[in-house]
Ligand binder design. Sequence first.
Ligand SMILES: Nc1ncnc2c1ncn2[C@@H]1O[C@H](COP(=O)(O)OP(=O)(O)OP(=O)(O)O)[C@@H](O)[C@H]1O
Ligand SMILES: [Mg+2]
Length: 338
Amino acid sequence: MLTDIDLQKAILNNIPDQAWLMDRDSRYILVNEAFVTACGLTETNILGKTPIEVWPAHWGREYMKTDAQVVSSGQRMRYEEWRQGPGGQARWFDIIKTPLRDTQGLVVGTVGISRDVTDHKQMKQELRDLSAYLQSVREEERTHLSRELHDELGQSLSALQLGLGVMEAQLPVGSAAWVGHMDTLKALTNETLSSIKRIASDLRPPLLDDLGLESAMEWLLVGFSKRTGLVHTLQLPSSPLQYDHDASTTLFRILQEALTNVSRHGQATRVNVALVERDDAIILHIADDGRGMDATTLPHQKSLGLIGMRERCVLLGGQLAIVSLPGQGTQIEARIPK
Ligand SMILES: Nc1ncnc2c1ncn2[C@@H]1O[C@H](COP(=O)(O)OP(=O)(O)OP(=O)(O)O)[C@@H](O)[C@H]1O
Ligand SMILES: [Mg+2]
C-alpha cells in the first residue's frame, strides 16, 4: 500500500522542475529529486530545515520573506528571480508558491515549484535580436538595391534617352554619324541588360530555381574564389538530389553566409564544401583551414550570422553543428531532414 507521503513524493519526483512542500514556518516537509540535486544536500539534511539553512543565507532570507507573504495573504504568488549558477553565470527561475489549506481552510503551509527558464529567456532574446537583425538586413538590401537601380540603371537609361534625342533632332537618318550613334546606343543597351541580370541574380540566383542547388553552389563558389583568391573544392552527390524550395534556399543561404565568414574572419587559404545524402537527411559540410574560433564563447556574442544559419536549419527541423578551435580551422555541418 502506498502511503499519502509516498504518493505525494511520486507525484513531486515526476516533475522535472524543483518542487517542495513546507509548513507555515517555512520548514521543508517534502522535496523532490530536482530540488535535492539543485540544493546539493541529502534529503535528510533538508527536511525539517528552513531555506536559510539549506541555501546561501541571502537567498534563504528572500525565500522566507515570500513564503511568509503567501501564508499571511493566502494568495498564490508567481515571480521570476535570478541566482548565480555553479559556473558563476546568472540563471533565471520562474517560481510559483501556493498556500496549502487544511479542511477548515486555514493556511498550514505552502507548495512551491521553481523552473529554470534561462535557456528559454536566452532563446527569446536571440529571436528578438535575430528579428531586429533581419529587419536591418532588409533595410540594407533595399538601400543597396535602390542605389544600384538609381546609379546604374538610371544612368544608363538617361544616357539612352539623351542619345535617342540627339539622333532624332540632329542626325540625318542613315548618315555615318547616325550609324555611329546607333552602335553606341546598342552597346549601352547591352550593358544595361547585363546590369539588370547581375542585380537580379544577386537578389536570388536564377540557377537555384532553374538548375537546382548543386549548380547554384558551384556558381557561388566559383565567384567566391574569383573574388577572394581562396581555393575551393566541391563534392556533390553523383546524381542530383530532390529538394523542396525551402531546403535548397536554406542550404544555399547557409553556404553564402559561411563563405562570407570565411573571407571576413577566417584568414583561410582554402575551403572544402560537400553536399552529402543520407537515408534521412541532406548534409552540407563547409570546412576552412583558417584561424578558427572558440565555439564555446559564440552564444554570448552579438553577431547573428551563425545564429541566423542555425535558425534557418531549425525552421526546417534540422540542426547546425560548428566545430572549431583557435588555430584549427572551422567546420560547419548543416543537416536538413528529408
Ligand atoms: N570561418 C570562421 N573562421 C574564424 N572565425 C569565424 C568564422 N566564422 C565565424 N567566425 C567568428 O564567429 C563570429 C560570429 O560569426 P557571425 O557570422 O555570427 O557574425 P559576424 O560575421 O561577426 O557578423 P554578421 O552578423 O554580419 O554575420 C565572428 O565574428 C568571428 O569571430
Ligand atoms: Mg557573419
